[in-house]
Every structure is written in C-alpha cells, then in structure tokens.
Design a binder for this molecule. Structure first.
Ligand SMILES: C[S@@+](CC[C@H](N)C(=O)[O-])C[C@H]1O[C@@H](n2cnc3c(N)ncnc32)[C@H](O)[C@@H]1O
Length: 234
C-alpha cells in the first residue's frame, strides 16, 4: 500500500472543497502560530506537553482531544480553562480551518493543533503527562472488516494509558449503540481503565462542562441518544 492509500484508509477525506476566504485567512495567520509540526514531535516518547505552551509548567493540566471536527467542544474548553493546555488532533483541514476561524478573536495561548493522526502525536508524548483525553464521536467504521480501523482498540488504549497520569480521565462519546458497546467493552477489558459509571443515568448524562458539538446536535435532532462513557486511568 502506498503512503497516500494508507492516509486515505485511516482518515477518509482530508480536504473537501477549497476553503472560503475567512477560513483560508485563519489558516494563513493562525495555523503557523498554533500548529504543532512533525519536527516538534519526539520519536522517543519524551515530549512534555507543557513545553508546547508559553509560561506553562508541569503543574498546568494538559488535555488532548482526538478528532475535534469543527472544534466547538475544544473552543469551549479553551475559553473556560485558560490555565489548562489543550492539544487538538484533527487531520481534516476543513475542521481545522473552521476551528481556527472561530477562535481568531479569542485568547488562545492554551491551545495547540496537530493536523494529523492523533496516535502519532500520542506516541511522541512522555509517560504520565496528560490529565485527560476526549474522543468524541469517533468515526464508526460500521462494517466488521473495518473494525480494526476504529480509534478505540486495545493497542490505542495502551497508548492512552501510557500517556495518562494515574486517575486521569478518558471520555468517549457516540450516538451509535453498536459503537458505544464496542468502546465500552474495549475500555472495560483493558487492564488500565476503570469505568466510572454507577448507573445508566451516568452514561446518559453529559459530564461536567459539556458543550454540544454540531455532530452531537445533528444526532439529537433525528432522535438518537448520546452515550457518555467516562473511564479513569488506574
Ligand atoms: C464523526 S467526526 C466527530 C467530530 C467531533 N469530535 C464531534 O463530535 O463533532 C470524527 C472526527 O475524527 C477525525 N479523525 C479520524 N481519524 C482520526 C485520527 N486518526 N486522528 C485524529 N482525528 C481523527 C475525523 O477527521 C473527524 O473529524
């Protein structure tokens, strides 16, 4: 398989239509300031996430959001928690440009973007360096023969476990029952994670600080119910 075929297989479309003017402006102006380049990654798991932010140190909480789409959730977190560093990974330029357009007038000293595969980013990070990971509405890959492409797998969970601190959170959501069951089963059988739910109301109720993405809203509008699966790194 060529590199290009591999990229298509993992992410689907990376770019759709040409960008509109405001998005292109945001890409030209903000992207160079906020993007994490492949050169900044470390091949040997030694990248301390706080070192990616000006005036942040090991005491500042660090969170990664995987596949942030248009970044509504990421922006809300960025604004609400200025002392927390957020790294968003999203390979799709339409999502990245939309997010950057929306944060142009905000304080954005606590945000970095990685426009590529989130696992490449995680592999570069230091052990025990993150306070949380969000994986919201990951691509479902519904056909059984494509299940191996799903973001939540034993090997990716092991990578999450390596970079998460003890008691850090892993929050996953979806409005697809099959995927909810899959993600819950995968994380429950992984030795490094504990499901925090005590009752069904826990996975039907959005965690604290929730902000609905347009993807979640679309599902709600057609009568689907979102599952919120909160796990703890043990
Ligand atoms: C269904 S969308 C959900 C977007 C957003 N999280 C939301 O809830 O609105 C899934 C997103 O995951 C992104 N994605 C897929 N594979 C990824 C990967 N390996 N690393 C980072 N993001 C990925 C896709 O580009 C897409 O934007």
């Amino acid at each position: 398989m060529t590199k290009e075929q591999h990229i298509r297989k993992v992410y689907g479309r990376r770019q759709g239509r040409p960008l509109r003017v405001k998005r292109q402006d945001a890409m030209d102006i903000l992207y160079p300031q906020l993007a994490l380049s492949k050169d900044e990654l470390k091949q040997d798991n030694t990248l301390a996430p706080h070192s990616l932010f000006k005036n942040f140190d090991v005491k500042n909480p660090m969170i990664v959001e995987i596949g942030f789409g248009h970044g509504e959730f990421l922006r809300n977190n960025m604004l609400k928690h200025p002392k927390t560093g957020f790294i968003g990974a999203e390979p799709f330029i339409n999502g990245v440009s939309s997010f950057l357009k929306n944060i142009r007038d905000d304080d954005h000293g606590n945000i970095r973007i990685f426009m590529d595969d989130a696992i490449t980013l995680l592999k570069s990070l230091k052990d025990n360096s993150l306070d949380g990971i969000y994986v919201l509405n990951p691509d479902p890959w519904p056909k059984s023969r494509h299940h191996k492409r799903r973001m939540i797998s034993q090997s990716n969970l092991s990578e999450f476990a390596r970079v998460l601190k003890k008691d850090a959170f892993l929050i996953m959501t979806t409005d697809l029952d099959d995927l909810a069951e899959w993600m819950c089963a995968q994380a429950s059988r992984h030795p490094d994670f504990d499901w925090t739910a005590q009752s069904s109301s826990d996975w039907n109720t959005p965690p604290q600080d929730w902000y609905q993405t347009r993807y979640e809203k679309k599902g709600e509008d057609v009568g689907r119910t979102q599952s919120y699966l909160s796990f703890r790194r043990i």
